[in-house]
Design a protein around this ligand. Structure first.
Ligand SMILES: [Zn+2]
Length: 68
């Protein structure tokens, strides 16, 4: 099967690539290629690995009024 340019003649929506491992995405797990990569992405978000460059000042911010 010859490689064809993306965007045209594509069967289904598999043109995107997994942002984690750059593999072709799977509709079931899009925009990732698998549930594992989806979990990795989620974990990155939860752990703050997606911190915006230059926004390190937000790290360890203490909010006043911690009167629980
Ligand atoms: Zn992946």
């Amino acid at each position: 099967m010859p490689a064809r340019p993306p965007g045209r003649g594509a069967v289904g929506v598999t043109a995107a690539k997994c942002p984690i491992c750059q593999r072709p995405t799977v509709p079931e797990f899009r925009p990732f290629c698998s549930g594992r990569c989806a979990d990795v992405d989620l974990h990155r978000w939860l752990t703050g690995h997606y911190a915006v460059p230059g926004d390190e000042d937000a790290e360890g911010r203490a909010e006043p009024g911690d009167d629980d």
